[in-house]
Write a protein that binds this ligand. Structure first.
Ligand SMILES: [Zn+2]
Length: 439
């Protein structure tokens, strides 16, 4: 498994369009079958030496037996990708290498990690290496559609009494251009993630002919409700991992910003206000957010709606709870004719500690990316690793790849690409992480 073979394996996996879908009828099963076959062809030793359990339709759970099973670790990735979006410079599933860059859907999310982990393990197996601890590889097949494969992997581990010492999954990266004026890349390690909850606001009425409207019909009530909600943000504050992120970035920030960033703990109110004012993205770092997404009223222009609905996608910040947030929605809407139907509910993930396991990840970042500043942070997006918090307090979200702002924005969008050297650094990072596991 030399560098060329690792890159070729990533190209091969990117070429297989493993697009997941909430409706199983829309999933190209043959593509997923092919991806598993391709993995086996490219990583024969992983498949010979590790014990494999199939999970869900195409999820894989490998166990690499170490010298001890006292502190097992789980390395995660997912096989599925999101569909084609936007106009690509190179075809979405080309896997083409142009000027030292691999192009295609999944290079960053999340086949880079999938292939990176496999390549690292394959290399170590060639050398006859035995890890100090059991290493589990958990590869899901429906992460992008909140599918069940990670839940089933957690169940499979739980049934075997496995309590991971730590879990590492996608999430953060070696992010350049992370903060204005901070030149050093930040190795952001997600120590918690927001909880995704969705509700539908619904008003029922008598409907009828549009020529005889009553005041404040269902559609108008829904409009009032969403305006009220939009005008009632949750209180903002800066959670502990964000304080630490600012503290660590502070040393690399422009002189004028240093004092406030390095004293982020004491300057919390000021920092909170600055983030709220700095735009939608920084503001989302400070609180639970509500996005009004879907909207529906009458089926025709001359009909009064019998039912009007608005969908609200809620991202719950660590510190808040589903119950508390629903209470906030009820109070903000302040209208007992507006029903709040909960479509899905997820609490935010607990904050993983910054102890020995975190320090191992951090130390491995410093070793492979000496210019980077490792730091904890709060992830805004959801990952499969949230399910692992049920069996493990230390869940870290970090993919060891250098990513520019443009690259981070290409995830779930168009022109997703990963540098060949960046990918190979990632393979080395995964390898070192395994080699450094303590006895
Ligand atoms: Zn992903």
């Amino acid at each position: 498994m030399d560098d060329d073979a690792a890159v070729a394996a990533l190209q091969a996996l990117v070429r297989i369009p493993t697009v997941s879908d909430r409706d199983p009828a829309n999933v190209d099963v043959a593509a997923f079958d092919e991806a598993l076959d391709e993995l086996e062809r490219r990583f024969p030793l992983v498949h010979q030496h590790l014990e494999l359990t199939r999970v869900d339709t195409h999820g894989l759970l490998f166990r690499w037996i170490g010298r001890s099973d006292a502190k097992p670790v789980v390395m995660m990735a997912h096989l599925d990708v999101v569909p084609v979006e936007g106009q690509w410079q190179y075809p979405t599933f080309s896997g083409k290498v142009v000027d030292g860059t691999i192009w295609g859907r999944g290079t960053l999310d999340d086949k880079g990690s999938l292939v990176g982990i496999c390549a690292a393990v394959e290399r170590l197996l060639v050398e006859g290496f035995v890890p100090a601890q059991d290493v589990w590889l958990s590869f899901g097949c429906n992460e992008e559609v909140s599918g069940t494969s990670a839940v089933l992997a957690v169940e499979a581990l739980g049934a075997r009494g496995v309590q991971p010492w730590f879990v590492i999954d996608e999430g953060g990266a070696i992010a350049s251009e992370a903060f204005p004026g901070v030149a050093a890349p930040i190795g952001v390690i997600g120590v918690t993630e927001k909880g995704v909850t969705s509700v539908e606001l619904r008003v029922e009425g008598r409907g009828g002919h549009a020529s005889t409207p009553a005041k404040l019909g269902p559609t108008a009530r829904i409009a009032r409700a969403i305006t009220r909600l939009d005008n009632s943000p949750m209180p903002a504050s800066v959670p502990a991992p964000t304080v630490e992120l600012f503290r660590r970035m502070g040393a690399h920030a422009p002189l004028a910003l240093r004092p406030i960033m390095q004293n982020a703990g004491r300057a919390k109110p000021l920092l909170t206000r600055a983030l709220v004012l700095a735009g939608a993205e920084p503001a989302a770092m400070t609180r639970t957010t509500f996005a009004i997404t879907t909207l529906s009223g009458a089926p025709a222009l001359n009909v009064i709606a019998a039912t009007a609905k608005a969908g609200v996608n809620i991202r719950i910040m660590v510190g808040d709870t589903v119950t508390g947030v629903l209470e906030h929605v009820r109070k903000a809407v302040d209208d007992d004719q507006v029903h709040i139907d909960v479509v899905e509910q997820n609490e935010p993930s607990p904050i993983s500690p910054m102890d020995e396991a975190f320090e191992l990840i951090e130390g491995t970042i410093t070793e492979i990316f000496p210019d980077a500043v490792p730091s904890p942070y709060v992830m805004m997006a959801a990952t499969d690793s949230r399910f692992f918090t049920a069996i493990c307090p230390r869940v870290y979200r970090f993919a060891p790849f250098r990513m520019t702002k443009a690259q981070r924005e290409s995830i779930h969008s168009f022109d997703e690409h990963l540098g060949v050297d960046a990918f190979l650094d990632g393979v080395r990072w995964y390898r070192r992480l395994i080699e450094r596991l303590p006895a």
